[in-house]
Design a protein around this ligand. Sequence first.
Ligand code: AGP
Length: 607
Amino acid sequence: MCGIIGYCGPRAAKDVLLDGLKRLEYRGYDSAGICVASAGELTIIKRTGKIAQLREIVPENLPGVYGIGHTRWATHGVVNDVNAHPHTNCAGDIAIVHNGIIENFSALKEKLVNEGHVFRSQTDSEVIAHLVSDFYEGDLETAVKETLQLLKGTYGLICIHAKEPGRLVGARNGSPLVLGVGQEEMFLASDVMATLSHTKQVVYLEDGEVVSITNSDYHICDLRDRPVDKKIETISWELENIEKQGHPHFMEKEIFEQPESVLRAMQGRIDQENATARLGGLNMSTTELRDIERIKIVAAGTSFHAGLVAAYLIESVAQIPCTAELASELRYRNPIVERGSLYFAVSQSGETLDTLSAMRELKRKGARVLGICNVVGSSIAREAGAGVYIHSGPEIAVASTKAFTSQLTAFYLFTLLIARMHNMSFEAGRDFIACLEALPGLIQKGFEEQNHIRALAEKYSRYRDFLFLGRGLNYPVALEGALKLKEISYIHAEGYSAAEIKHGPIALINDETPSIFLVPNDSLRGKVISNMKEVKARKGKVIALCVADDAEVRDTADDIIAIPKAGELMYPFLMIVPLQLFAYYTALKLGRDVDQPRNLAKSVTVE
Ligand code: AGP
């Protein structure tokens, strides 16, 4: 997703902007640019490629203490230097950076062109600069507000005027925007990653809000000019949380962080005395929780896979009907919100527009929606108003890993809480807690297979198609394992229910399509072994994830990855980590950009 940044202060703006964009590059991008103002002039430097390449063409002595910057994830217009942001008006004295999609830009552009405006780019964003220019009569904030009245779609934007030194105006609708409050300097950015090295004091803007900043002051109002009183929040993260800490990639760091991140997701939430969980953020009374008749989960990507695991778990353990659905599908199918339903919107970033929009549609229909998010203060977290933060710490790599197991942890705790209000006994609750508390150690033990997994990844990296197969709770894990491989190695991989391959996918089996089976010693083990044998009978190569002493699986598969023994319900945690490593090492072998895979964004804030 695009990243935007703005700065007003005493320092060289170019350095602050370039460093800030560097911290936003995890969002995924294909080009970048900055605009710095000095002596009544705007200097714009932008190009395709990485921040490092942009930095090479920025003059070392570029003057100016206020400016804006952008990393572009192309939505409208090819990836080239002209379409990179910032964009300006005809006179070149107004510039903007924008994250989002202006859905009515074609009509606006046509009108502006007919009025004589000359456009340089193919982007939707450029119309904003020309509109602000049309409305400008000496006050940038007013011109921006009048422009916003015409825009349909989403934006997180920042605007600068050469004739208003030391002032920036920002606005948000559907795409995030945060204000960093410094000492005699102010920042605007898509997220706190860009400002954390300068200040921990932040103000999160809401949709429909406009912010005007100078180096020493700011004010926020709505589109009708009514002042909005916002509190300054303090970020709890430390900068080192977003550094690699000696790892070659953020993804590797985040995979190996999972014993700690799963533990963090549990901390303070286990009630041993009553053999249940404590989730105060739900803001629901015991009676309200007890009366839930059905649960529905909406999410995208990896978060959706976590929701699928949760759906199996909640229904089987708590005996409450539970389903998971793609947010992008639910949003447009006119869903029925039944009384007694509780919804969860699951999102690591808390900014995924598909999930945010689905949540808003559900709330319009009267649904109660809780958020399960990682980023504190994110849009989904704030608009849900209640839910569970997963506390996995900043997840920088585009491919989600630790957030997945932390989301699972949150759902397992919720399942315990709800199940203990219904049919789960005290002893069963204690057993469930014991299994949860054993997880960090078991995940850590699973890393003993690291070198073997790397060897297998390198051995199988030449194949172009994979099937990932699991059943029950591990079926969604097969989907997630396939997603990990395809999104960072660019190898085609499909996740399937192991039983389902008989109904078609087995036609794909040959000696060039390896199948990765998830076959723990659980109640479905025998059936999955049968599925494995069906594949072997057709010369398919099989990699099996199983407990180390499972001789029958060892004899059936071509290769195995041993996982620690655990309670049957806990295998999703122990199965996904080897699959994350398999994908990571495959991508490394193939020389992929592991942390920022092509075409992908960390947070998809467009539809
Ligand atoms: C996962 O590795 C991908 N980066 C992607 O599928 C991601 O899970 C999806 O875009 C949802 O993101 P969210 O959890 O921030 O909402």
